[in-house]
Ligand binder design. Structure first.
Ligand code: B3K
Ligand code: ZN
Length: 901
């Protein structure tokens, strides 16, 4: 069942050819049984108009790990075919249009890859994107082959009382021998990757809503019966998503019913199958006791994301997998906007702006920590990649998060209304079709009367652009010149080859006066009547100077406001200037950014000192700057929490050549301790002032207070004398009425030292022994534990792998322990003895044999190996080579081969 191809064969974007055959209709019948499921697949097929030559002679269907039972054309048994590992070739076709009836079997219970049809907890589920449908039956398993599906499911009623598939339910009934059936029809054409079925013992929370047209719709959230009480928030999020898409984009729910089903064994977050979204339980199940504020926010975002795919992805889909960002970048952008609008709902304008800014900061922090690293490493690829070996490896931060930034830039350039016009035109042109990123760009360009030819480079160039800024104030002429120049930093050869010319970069700027207020902006030669305080400059050349006129005083530039483009900005701010912006910038994003720059600069200095073995010292002005923001009650708590969160060790290591994670860790710990000791009283005060009274609600405001309170507690755990903190954390643990506070208290105790946390850890286990998602947190917190000097957290991790509750087969559990250790505990993972890397290699190889997609994600933990100190580098290369020698799947092979190349 696993791919054992010796060489890695790349698929190339420019080799795209339209399908030679089309499917007008498909009827699928499933006789479901765990060890052997039989699929009867009847397709009305015809040669595509104009298809000719060798490709159009025989019908070549994809198939993977299937057993063929029979084949007939137009009712006659057919013998002119060959079946191999990749599928089925049918020859001597009788005509241009015919009905092909295939019967095949597959083995759901033996399917540990969780791709195709599989069994989880005795129920059946499917996952077809990207190429899982071919593991269910033979098909033209490519996104540009769209058709309508009628699906009949047959199974034993006692074991599988619920039978679900895409679309609308048309018939149910009894069959002999205790079996029953359900027949579903999806009236919308779709590609095979959006097919889904679910069968088993499940129960649904239901809700009926009326959409704007007046039509009534049935919403269902299906889970194991005992989990029903935990589905309220997911249902609310679904209702909000449906309302939001109608309100903001005029896009209605198009089916009679919309279903979400939760499954505990799932390779990723969720899947947007038409009308039948399948979700990781992590993004469905929540209540105050078991889920954190962060989890609730994740549910809202993912429910929104999958629902929004109904239009951006399903109604209009991708022509080929190179266009993946067409649906993913756009849908991430939409879910980001949804979450921001939800956080801001019902707040005063200032509070709403702060709530939106907090979401933006969160999104950008993730992008910069993970996507920028990806773009600088061996897996770097454009938003629209040019080639892949395994498409599942390209569901990346670049395709998703950078792709979302690319979509956001259209909105930054054209405004919300212009963006909406582009969306309207996109659906008008392409509804029901499989299209490309170029088609989307053309809709934006045409709807707004703009030539966006240059903008194409955002899709085709890999690497993170850099914009260097220089400024000049002429007091006599009252002019201020801002010179922007763009280019790329050091890039891999593959990324460099894609970098062909300057980009169109929307560069938002403000000018801050000595009193901290924004100056009115007037560009020389500008035509605007008003004088706004933020302007979007359009950088299109390698270097361009913009002259502001009537500038009354020498200003401080506030650059790339709201992160208006996914670039790195270089400007020589002094510490004093950053401190000033940190205290005053009216753009909340840049206010946060000033603090991050200040902290990053200090941390990189401390890291260098730590590597040289020097004593570490910190300028008290930096501690004071953070203190001012901590105490500033005019600032939203959520913002203060973000401002106080230092750049992660991973992010810092990315900024340095020959990075030494131990030195980075020492530096960051030193600054944390300096802030904790220096701001002790303010932190205790913030802790007290941000306690939330009353029953738990995961609202933006309450979670902001809890976030600030818990970040304060976390700093206080780093006091030289943490005894008061230990008491406080223990009390918080014991009295918490919600998981956010309980887990934050446990994390603080673990940080003070493992002995302080023993009782709470035991209690946590007993409390949540039977709650898989909460227990994942128990594993994760122990995996990311800092450890006392000289202590090896890896020993705990290994011991936890032997715990009866641990299983490598369950992706959530594997991620909570192994991924958390390898990707979320830099200092311990990069232990000088190489033990972390050896452990990594063991786990990648073990996972590779059962679930290549999950293994391949873990494999990427070492892709930046060249960045580290020589000693670590050698140990990492050895581990990579060991994996390369033992790998079975093309998923992992592609990752390690690219890393070693
Ligand atoms: N489209 C799916 C991801 C499928 C991943 C396949 N390896 C979820 C999403 O982005 O919404
Ligand atoms: Zn998506």
């Amino acid at each position: 069942m696993l791919d054992i191809s010796a060489a890695s064969v790349a698929v190339r974007r420019l080799d795209y050819a339209p399908p030679a055959f089309l499917i007008d209709e498909v009827q699928l019948e499933f006789d479901l049984a765990p060890t052997k499921t039989t699929v009867t697949n009847t397709m009305r097929i015809r040669r595509a108009p104009g298809a000719a030559g060798a490709a159009a002679r025989d019908l070549v269907l994809h198939g993977d790990d299937l057993d063929l039972v029979s084949i007939a054309i137009d009712g006659r048994p057919w013998t002119a075919y060959t079946a191999n590992d990749d599928g089925l070739t049918v020859s001597a076709l009788p005509s241009d249009a015919f009905t092909l009836k295939l019967v095949n079997t597959n083995r759901p219970a033996a399917n540990t890859s969780l791709s195709g049809l599989y069994v989880s907890n005795r129920n059946f589920f499917t996952q077809c994107e990207a190429e899982g449908f071919r593991r269910i039956t033979y098909f033209l398993d490519r996104p540009d082959v769209m058709t309508t599906y009628t699906v009949t499911l047959r199974a034993a009623r006692d074991d599988y009382p619920v039978l679900l598939a895409n679309g609308n339910l048309v018939e149910t009934g009894e069959l002999p021998d205790g079996r029953h059936f359900a027949k579903w029809h999806d009236p919308f054409v779709k590609p095979s990757y959006l097919f889904a079925l679910v069968a088993g013992k499940l129960a649904a929370r239901e809700k009926r809503i009326r959409i704007r047209s007046g039509e009534e719709k049935l919403l269902q959230v299906w889970v194991e019966p005992h989990d029903l009480p935990k589905t309220e928030y997911a249902m609310d999020s679904l209702v909000h998503s449906i309302e939001w898409d109608e309100e903001r984009f005029g896009l209605p729910l198009d089916l009679e019913r919309f279903m979400i089903v939760a499954v505990s064994d799932f390779n990723m977050g969720a899947m947007e199958n038409k009308g039948l979204n399948i979700f990781n339980t992590k993004y469905v199940l929540a209540d105050a006791q078991t889920a954190t504020d962060f989890d609730f926010a994740g549910i809202e975002a993912v429910v929104g994301h999958e629902y929004f795919h109904n239009w951006t992805g399903n109604r209009v889909t991708c022509r080929d997998w190179f266009q993946l960002s067409l649906k993913e970048g756009l849908t991430v952008f939409r879910d980001q906007e949804f979450s921001a609008d939800m956080a801001a709902k019902g707040l005063s304008p200032e509070a709403a702006a702060a709530a939106r800014a907090a979401r933006r900061i969160d999104d950008v922090r993730g992008l910069r920590q993970n996507q920028f690293a990806e773009d600088a490493g061996p897996m770097a690829h454009p938003v629209r990649p040019d080639s892949y070996v395994e498409i599942n490896n390209f569901y990346t931060m670049t395709v998703y998060e950078k792709g979302a930034e690319v979509v956001r830039m259209y909105q930054t350039l054209f405004g919300r209304d212009g963006f909406r016009k582009g969306m309207d035109l996109y659906f008008k042109r392409h509804d029901g079709h499989a299209v490309t990123c170029d088609d989307f760009r053309a809709a934006m360009a045409d709807a707004n009367g703009r030539d966006l030819a240059q903008f194409e480079r955002w899709y085709s160039q890999a690497g993170t652009p850099r914009v260097a800024v220089t400024t000049r104030y002429d007091a006599a002429a009252r002019t201020y010149d801002v010179t922007l120049s763009q280019g790329y930093g050091p890039s891999s050869a593959a990324a460099k080859a894609t970098q062909t010319g300057p980009l169109l970069i929307p560069f938002a700027i403000g000018l801050v006066g000595a009193d901290g207020r924004d100056l009115p902006l007037k560009l020389e030669g500008g035509t605007r009547a008003d004088a706004p305080t933020t302007l979007v400059l359009e950088l299109t050349e390698t270097e361009q100077t913009f002259r502001f006129v009537d500038v009354a005083e020498a200003p401080l530039p506030s650059l790339l406001r709201d992160f208006s483009a996914p670039v790195i900005v270089h400007y020589d701010y002094t510490d004093a200037e950053l401190t000033f912006l940190f205290a005053h910038d009216r753009d909340a994003f840049n206010r946060w950014e000033a603090g991050q720059r200040l902290a990053t600069r200090a941390l990189l200095g401390l890291t260098a000192a730590a590597s040289r073995g020097e004593a570490l010292t910190i300028d008290p002005a930096i501690v004071a700057a953070f203190g001012r923001v901590l105490r500033d009650e005019s600032l939203a708590p959520a913002f203060r929490e973000l401002a106080l969160t230092l750049p992660s060790e991973r992010y810092l290591s990315e900024q340095i050549d020959d990075a030494d994670p131990a030195a980075v860790h020492a530096a960051r710990q030193f600054l944390r301790r300096a802030l904790a000791n220096g701001l002790r009283d303010d932190l205790f005060a913030a802790y007290d002032q941000n306690r939330v009274e009353g029953p738990y609600a995961p609202s933006a405001i309450d979670s902001g207070h809890r976030g600030l309170k818990n970040v304060a507690l976390n700093y206080l755990a780093d006091l030289d004398d943490p005894s008061d903190t230990a008491a406080l954390a223990r009390a918080q643990y014991d009295t918490a009425d919600n998981m956010t506070d309980r887990s934050a208290a446990l994390a603080a105790l673990l940080q003070i030292g493992k002995p302080h946390a023993t009782a709470a850890l035991d209690d946590f286990y007993r409390r949540f022994e039977h709650d898989a998602l909460a227990l994942d947190k128990w594993f994760a917190m122990q995996a990311v534990r800092r450890g006392a000097p000289g202590e090896r957290v890896l020993d705990d991790v290994r011991a936890l792998m032997a715990h009866p509750a641990f299983s490598l087969k369950n992706p959530n559990r594997a991620r909570s322990l192994i991924f958390q250790f390898c990707m979320g505990n830099a200092a311990q993972f990069h232990a000088a003895d190489g033990s972390g890397y050896a452990f990594w290699a063991d786990q990648v190889l073990a996972l590779d044999a059962m679930n290549p997609q999950v293994a391949s994600r873990l494999a990427r933990a070492l892709e930046r190996w060249r960045k580290f100190t020589p000693g670590l580098r050698d140990a990492m290369r050895a581990a990579l080579e060991r994996v390369a020698a033992g790998v079975q799947s093309k998923d992992v092979r592609e990752v390690v081969e690219k890393a070693l190349a």
